[in-house]
Design a protein around this ligand. Structure first.
Ligand SMILES: Nc1ncnc2c1ncn2[C@@H]1O[C@H](COP(=O)(O)OP(=O)(O)O)[C@@H](O)[C@H]1O
Ligand SMILES: [Mg+2]
Length: 603
């Protein structure tokens, strides 16, 4: 075979292979062009999942007939003034999208520049271009794409169900819309509207929050914390969800670099790092984060679809994100997401009339708290007795019945402990509601935060065991634990090898109190297997302290006296992140009196 230069249509189809993966990629490229053209309103139509027809119309700058013809040529762009790839301010710059799309579909572009009195249309079919001809249109540009991939049947076969392709296209538009709140967007299938976003008003950050809320929903807007940080010319803004509002995948994590939606490993990794302390490995927070980086410090030309970027100083970017997010979460203090109490109230709702039994109690999924609760709860009531079983003077005053809330007492954010139920839940009365605390989850968080604070300052204090404890485990586990003995010692746990398949524990972290050393060490062995070598030492320490905290905390099922309960509540109020345990579960739920009253039809 002889070497030859490929014909333009083949070259364009090869480029299309990278740039045009599915209908959503066409939508993305066209909407980006509309944004670059300064559009104020962008309307997308997608039929049959984009397979038979899709179009994007805008009211942007438009093109003259000669520009229209040029725009369809490969490597033709109006977006690189010089030949400098260092200063890209637009979403496009490769001059590849239109010729690529035109090479694999039947495409028409109709455009009228502002000030011109007529529009021109040009068509391309499988790469063959027509001459521009007069057409009718208001100022702006419409690009229509029919029979996508008709020229590349192999690609056509990979398209998924209509609803899947439509979903991807919708997602692409949402992402771009978030970063450009001042532009109105719509997406429909010709008859049904699937997205309709009015231009958001006000200053840019407020407008963006409106837009993000419109896309992510009220739940997010209500449970979002603002993020704002700058480091060495790089700025990070946006909103992140409280950890208790989490989901099983990262689909609601929207990340942007200079207004460009990206799915970048470094950025996702930084988010994971920031939430590591608050979420289980398989749960993901919701967020929309916008990174603004001086154009010469980021290379956006590393991926044909421009969804990945390369930073000049990745460490700086990661550090900025992790610390900004951690600060925002710390500022949230003991706040747990409102969804938690909404869910709780939902579960409390009367179970309905089809439950058969029409008796008062039988009609409800719970006992009315008025008289029933006080009687039924008596056996579980442990608050009036100290740990030794004798009533303590202090707890009597603290627990004197309702209605005696002396000033200064009822206005603790988490209230005054009134009872412990099922030796697991602390019930506290606040000024305007009831707080239910999961004592284990709450204490676990407190021990963990203590542990982190100790690690950061003086180191974790150890306590020697009177009788060193031998813990049996598999040989592989024992090897793993011993291999990490130095790290564990730093955290207050001193272990040594004890023949194959066993270790001996000599000292324990003092702040854990009395714990089952065997169970703790076996859990740690599991942790270490799971964490492997992938994580940095610091991340490992965080995971290990989390496991230790779990073992060191008050178990569900332990009786607490009034002082202990109130001490726990007061510590929660001043401890960062006390609103959720280390796995993102809430540590408490608050029920407002107003909501409870509604439940009983009092409002
Ligand atoms: N909707 C539009 N409004 C105005 N001009 C457009 C529009 N779409 C494309 N163009 C013009 O066509 C050129 C080529 O577009 P494209 O192939 O997407 O490459 P790029 O966006 O990388 O420049 C753009 O640089 C722009 O000048
Ligand atoms: Mg483009």
């Amino acid at each position: 075979m002889t070497i030859r230069i490929l014909p333009p249509t083949t070259v364009n189809r090869i480029a299309a292979g990278e740039v045009v993966e599915r209908p959503a990629s066409v939508v993305k490229e066209l909407v980006e062009n509309s944004i670059d053209a300064g559009a104020r309103r962008i309307d997308v139509i997608i039929r049959d999942g984009g397979r038979s027809f899709l179009s994007v119309a805008d009211d942007g700058a438009g093109m003259q007939p000669d520009e229209l013809s040029l725009a369809l040529e490969r490597h033709a762009t109006s977006k690189l003034a010089g030949d400098d790839l260092q200063q890209i301010q637009t979403l496009g710059f490769r001059g590849e999208a239109l010729p690529s799309i035109g090479s694999v579909s039947r495409m028409a572009v109709i455009s009228r520049p502002a000030g011109a009195d007529t529009a021109f249309a040009i068509t391309v079919e499988g790469g063959a271009k027509s001459e521009p001809a007069p057409a009718a249109r208001s100022p702006g540009t419409t690009t229509e794409v029919r029979d996508l991939f008709f020229a590349t049947p192999a690609r056509l076969k990979f398209l998924k169900a209509e609803s899947t392709e439509r979903g991807h296209a919708l997602d692409a538009v949402k992402r771009l819309a978030m970063a450009h709140p001042q532009i109105a967007f719509s997406l429909g299938d010709g008859s049904r509207s699937l997205l309709n976003l009015a231009p958001a008003q006000g200053d840019f950050l407020a407008a963006r929050l409106d837009r993000v809320g419109a896309i992510m929903g009220n739940k997010f807007a209500e449970n979002a914390l603002p993020v704002e940080a700058t480091r060495e010319g790089i700025s990070l803004t946006g909103h992140i969800g409280l950890p208790t509002l989490n989901r099983g995948n990262a689909a609601l994590q929207f990340l942007f670099v200079n207004g460009r939606p990206v799915r970048d490993k470094l950025l996702f990794g930084a988010v994971r790092g920031a939430y590591r302390d608050f979420l289980a490995h398989d749960r993901h927070p919701l967020l929309a984060l916008f990174l603004d980086v001086p154009p010469d410090q980021v290379d956006i030309n590393v991926h044909p679809a421009k969804t990945e970027v390369r930073f000049q100083s990745p460490g700086l970017v990661r550090g900025l994100i992790v610390s900004a997010l951690k600060h925002a979460l710390a500022d949230a203090g003991h706040r747990a997401s409102t969804t938690v109490s909404h869910q709780a109230m939902g579960a409390f709702r009367p179970m309905g009339h089809n439950q058969g039994n029409s008796g008062v109690a039988g009609n409800y999924g719970y006992r009315p708290p008025s008289s029933g609760l006080s009687e039924d709860a008596t056996p579980y009531h442990a608050p009036l007795t100290g740990l030794d079983g004798a009533p303590s003077a202090r707890s009597e005053t603290e627990f004197a019945g309702p209605g005696d809330d002396a000033a200064g007492r009822s206005n603790w954010p988490l209230g005054v402990a009134r009872a412990q139920l099922h030796e697991t839940y602390i019930i506290a009365q606040t000024e305007d509601g009831i707080v239910i605390v999961d004592q284990h989850a709450a204490h676990e968080r407190l021990v963990y935060e203590d542990m982190k604070a100790a690690l950061a300052s003086s180191g974790v204090k150890r306590q020697g065991l009177l009788i060193p404890e031998v813990v049996e485990m598999s040989e592989a586990e024992a090897t793993r634990v011993v291999a990490h003995a130095d790290e564990l010692a730093e955290m207050g746990l001193v272990v040594e090898a004890f023949g194959p398949g066993a270790v001996v524990v000599r000292e324990m972290p003092a702040l854990l109190g009395e714990v089952d050393a065997g169970a703790l060490v076996r859990d740690l062995a599991d942790d270490l297997a799971e964490l492997g070598e992938a994580l940095s030492l610091k991340d490992k320490l965080a995971d290990i302290s989390s496991t230790m905290a779990c073992h060191g905390s008050v178990r569900a099922g332990r009786r607490l006296n009034a002082e202990e309960m109130n001490a726990l509540l007061r510590r929660m109020e001043i401890t960062p992140h006390a609103g959720q345990c280390n796995h993102g579960r809430p540590t408490y739920v608050e029920l407002k009196l107003a909501d409870i009253e509604k439940l009983f039809g009092r409002r």
